[in-house]
Design a binder for this molecule. Structure first.
Ligand code: ARG
Length: 466
């Protein structure tokens, strides 16, 4: 098949070299962006009088027909054989479009390559692609946040033991714990939004590395393609893939959040915690043990976080030690970027369903929240309220805990006599602290787990996530 180079070569590329280097199977994902870029290039060449008006029309028509013919391969599952043949014939998506355009528009298509290199083309197409996909990813995160907020809203009254070091620590509201993940995801969106600022710069017009000899208006290109800025250095513009790393880093961070959420869901779903029950549609059985109901989707999310981060590490290593400017190594960026993005979309989607259908085991949450040792801090605060210094109160409440453990009592089972022996300031009002609602309601600081604070958070998210 015809390539975009070859004049100085006597022979064809070896078959195994083709197989090793051709990238259409991956970079076809840039097809739409590359067509769009070509259309803008045609218009700018025409403005610069490099193309006559009739040539411009012919090329735009040609591009439209190439688009029409090949868009169907976005659903490649339907025509795998045909698509594989194309991947074998064409070096990359840019070659495919060029060769096919020559077929549909004739010799004038050759003029389209004036002043342009695939080096500025590929990075422009990739930026265009991300300008479209990142806002979609942000939307998808927002959707997921909404599901979490709904879950939090529905279970506002539920309390659970909160853990530090995976040891029962204090009673918290389950909604508060869930809303912690909504905060994390919000920061993830901010990172994507921020990356968009640096993605939104037009490299086209930088040529292979040194710029173009033709007086082409990069400003018009910018407008036609909807970029906010034009790059100022053609070497940087063709060599830069920072933005790929930024996106992969954002995806990795988000995926780590999803992995941590999954771990909580796995724990909460276990017999030992028993805070939630997963819906049958989002759990799996064991081929051996009939009683099992496994949280596989959350486990796969936790497991695949390694893949998400792996793509980031791979892209970083890919760029380490690259001399200026473009090197073929950079073709590999898409091998990391696309799978990482696909994984992010797929995970958000499946977790949405899994969370939406999860049932909370109210009774057990209540029982677990009544574990008296969760109230040791409340006891400490009670003693402070009775006039003890914090450090004396800490020591004495520790002694009370120690006594209860050694005598085999719950804290709320100790008699008033015992309390008063250990601290004369204690009176019968101490028994009121052993109550989940009382405990969380006493929290006063902004952002705490108190019902009013949780309510405020829910209102904030409902307004923010519209
Ligand atoms: N397919 C290449 C990539 O994705 C673009 C082509 C640039 N190739 C070249 N030999 N200058 O990076």
């Amino acid at each position: 098949m015809k390539k975009m180079w070859g004049g100085r070569f006597k022979s064809e590329l070896a078959e195994e070299a083709k197989a090793f280097s051709y990238s259409l199977a991956t970079d076809f994902e840039l097809f739409e962006a590359d067509i769009q870029l070509n259309e803008a290039w045609v218009k700018v060449l025409a403005q610069a009088k490099i193309l006559k008006s009739a040539e411009k029309t012919k090329l735009l028509k040609g591009l439209a027909s190439v688009k029409k013919r090949f868009m169907k391969y976005y659903e490649i599952d339907k025509t795998p054989k045909e698509f594989l043949d194309l991947c074998y014939e064409h070096e990359d998506v840019h070659s495919l479009i060029q060769v096919e355009l020559e077929k549909s528009a004739g010799a004038v298509a050759k003029k389209l390559r004036t002043g342009r290199s695939r080096n500025d083309q590929v990075t422009t197409a990739l930026r265009l692609y991300l300008k479209k996909v990142i806002p979609e990813l942000i939307k998808s995160v927002t959707h997921f946040q909404k599901v979490l907020v709904q879950f939090a809203q529905k279970n506002q009254k539920v309390t659970i033991p909160g853990y530090t070091h995976l040891q029962r620590a204090q009673v918290v509201s389950m909604s508060h714990a869930i809303l912690a993940y909504v905060e994390m995801l919000e920061r993830d969106k901010e990172r994507f939004q921020d990356a968009l600022k640096r993605i939104d710069v037009l490299p086209l017009g930088s040529g292979a590395l040194g710029g173009a000899t033709y007086s082409l208006s990069r400003d018009n290109l910018k407008k036609l393609l909807g970029f906010s800025k034009v790059s100022d250095n053609s070497i940087d513009a063709t060599a830069d893939r920072d933005y790929v790393i930024e996106v992969l880093s954002g995806v990795s961070q988000m995926y780590i959040h999803l992995s941590r959420l999954s771990e909580d869901m796995i724990l909460w779903n276990s017999t030992e915690f028993d805070f939630i029950t997963l819906d049958d549609a989002y759990a799996t059985g064991s081929s051996l043990m009939p009683q099992k109901k496994n949280p596989d989707l959350f486990e796969l999310t936790r497991g695949r976080s390694g893949k998400a981060v792996g793509h980031l590490v791979s892209a970083l290593m890919n760029q380490k030690g690259l001399p200026l400017c473009y090197n073929r190594d950079l073709q590999e960026d898409k091998e990391d970027l696309f799978p990482a993005l696909h994984l992010a979309f797929a995970t958000l989607e499946v977790l949405q369903g899994a969370i939406k259908t999860t049932q909370v085991n109210h009774l057990n949450c209540q029982i677990c929240s009544e574990d008296s040792f969760l109230y040791a801090t409340d006891l400490l605060d009670y003693l402070v309220g009775k006039g003890l210094s914090f450090s004396d109160a800490h020591r004495i409440s520790g002694e009370i805990v120690q006594y209860a453990i050694s005598e085999g009592f719950e804290l709320d089972q100790l008699s008033l006599d015992v309390y008063q022996k250990l601290c004369s300031k204690v009176d019968k009002s101490v028994y009121k602290i052993y109550n989940p609602t009382v405990s969380i309601t006493k929290k006063k600081t902004h952002g705490s787990t108190s019902p009013s604070s949780v309510k405020k958070q829910l209102v904030k998210w409902k307004n923010k996530l519209k």
